[in-house]
Design a protein around this ligand. Structure first.
Ligand SMILES: [Zn+2]
Length: 72
């Protein structure tokens, strides 16, 4: 990894870590060509580009409709 790239670090208010489940511990780390989130409590990391739509073009025939069904 190069050390010359500036990294912006911003806390995401209200974000909950999926690993340790603490709120307000998630930081968004932004470099000039990447974004990822990191938990300052447990060190959990997740690439934000994976969360969005990835780096390649998504296959338009493979879009899943996600339904959230509320329990009655
Ligand atoms: Zn965590």
């Amino acid at each position: 990894m190069t050390t010359s790239k500036p990294v912006k670090k911003r806390f995401i208010a209200g974000a909950k870590c999926p690993k340790c489940e603490l709120v307000d511990k998630i930081v968004l780390l932004t470099t000039e060509d990447d974004e990822h989130i990191e938990c300052v409590n447990c060190g959990y990391k997740e690439s934000k580009s994976d969360l969005d739509q990835g780096t390649g073009a998504p296959d338009p025939g493979d879009v899943q409709a996600v339904k959230f069904i509320e329990p009655q």
